[in-house]
Design a protein around this ligand. Structure first.
Ligand code: AMP
Length: 397
């Protein structure tokens, strides 16, 4: 079966058409600048990347363009929409309502909508994508795969905040966590690579990208994760502050005469390694600037590595041990110096770093020596494939 995987943002849409038996990508691409002017980037598996500028006033036109490209006589990979067996949608926030992926129905989407205030930037865009797809493919089964679902196994002491309890009861203020599809995929892969049952392993997944989160996976279940009610909590990220003393918000607001929106903008868009370095949110730029002697760039990457290592240590404590630490996503897969600087802190756990891994990027590899008591691995994440697998499992149930 061919499965169309859709990941909708507010003005963009990423897609992949995946053949479920071979798990090969038949075509992929993205629509950008939806509602502004519109651009489609389309790449069939054995063809060149094409870019087409075309009006996309809404996500519906964007999805229509994707379907047209997939069926294009010359560069398409299918002849008709009948060849799309199912659609898997990435949905960001399922609140406490969804502990697993779910077949998309009207009632199910109502429940997703009720989680909108928990992810006001993401969920409405996801819902628009689902509705646009349903309008164009009314008879194709669709599945929603949530970023938050994997973390619903966290125990209460891990997800509750030290706030008046009524905020949890009335408004569902708690830690939810994100990147769940990636943490689940990578922790399963780590067990496969080690040749051990997932149920027997204590794993810490470091998903380090533009957004970064770390997850403690005990026996295949998420037991803690660094992002919280929103993706702002945890380690500092590309432009996000991560966890800070909450009183800093009031302090800066007074000094700079900012309202809450102004403060949130600073914490989400002007902070992290970008804010610290004043150089860039991209670790390639930071590495270059640090190598050229830029002290703030050096500090930003050092502070990032320190924060990641501290969370890894706390999760080893939470699980009373750790067997394997996996690095994934843009930074985790490609930046060997970041992996090395994080592993430097973890010798006390029994992790012996393998210098030869520093230059490896983008493929499965050992980051620790083979004899290391605690293993470290580089595992490329593949959220689209994970969504396709979940979709297949539910539509063939
Ligand atoms: P993601 O959010 O997972 O797509 O990760 C994107 C981030 O990965 C970029 O902002 C960079 O910081 C980082 N990245 C990608 N390629 C490299 C590389 N070759 N070296 C260092 N960092 C990289």
């Amino acid at each position: 079966m061919n499965i169309l995987v859709i990941n909708c943002g507010s003005s963009s849409l990423k897609f992949q058409l995946i053949h479920s038996e071979t798990e090969s990508v038949l075509a992929k691409g993205l629509c950008e600048r939806i509602g502004i002017d519109g651009r489609l980037v389309y790449q069939p598996a054995d063809g060149a990347k094409e870019t087409t500028d075309a009006a996309m006033p809404t996500h519906k036109e964007a999805i229509q363009m994707v379907l047209d490209a997939l069926m294009n006589e010359k560069t398409g990979v299918i002849k008709s929409l009948d060849e799309v067996g199912a659609v898997g949608h990435r949905l960001v926030h399922g609140g406490e309502k969804f502990a697993s992926s779910a077949i998309i129905t009207d009632d199910m989407m109502k429940a997703v909508e009720e989680c909108n205030d928990l992810a006001p930037l993401h969920n409405p865009a996801n819902i628009i994508g689902v509705n646009a797809c349903k309008a164009l493919m009314p008879n194709t089964p669709m599945v929603g795969v949530f970023d938050t679902a994997f973390h619903q196994t966290m125990p209460k002491e891990a997800y509750i905040y030290g706030l008046p309890y009524r905020y949890y009861e009335e408004f569902k203020v708690r830690k939810y966590g994100f990147h769940g599809t990636s943490h689940s995929f990578v922790s399963k892969k780590a067990a496969e690579i080690l040749g051990k049952p997932l149920e027997s392993l204590k794993t810490i997944v470091c998903h380090l990208g533009n957004g970064s989160s770390i997850c403690a996976v005990n026996g295949g279940k998420s037991v803690d994760t660094s992002m919280g009610l929103t993706p702002l909590e945890g380690v500092m990220m590309g432009t996000r502050s991560g966890s800070i003393d909450p009183a800093i918000m009031e302090f800066i607001a007074k000094k700079e005469n900012l309202d809450i929106d102004g403060i949130m903008n600073i914490l989400n868009k002007e902070s992290g390694v970008y804010g610290l370095s004043g150089v860039s949110s991209d670790f390639r730029d930071l590495e270059n600037a640090a190598a050229e002697g830029n002290d703030k760039a050096k500090l930003a990457r050092e502070a990032f590595c320190y924060q990641v290592a501290k969370i890894v240590g706390s999760y080893a404590a939470a699980m009373n041990g750790v067997d394997v630490i996996a690095f994934t996503a843009g930074v985790g897969e490609n930046d060997g110096l970041v992996r090395k600087d994080i592993c430097k802190y973890l010798g006390y756990l029994g992790l012996e770093y393998d210098e030869a891994s520093t230059n490896v990027r983008g493929k499965e590899a050992y980051v620790s020596t083979q004899d290391s008591k605690v293993k470290a691995l580089l595992i490329p994440t593949n959220e689209e494939l994970a969504i396709a697998r979940e979709t297949l499992a539910l539509v063939t149930k």
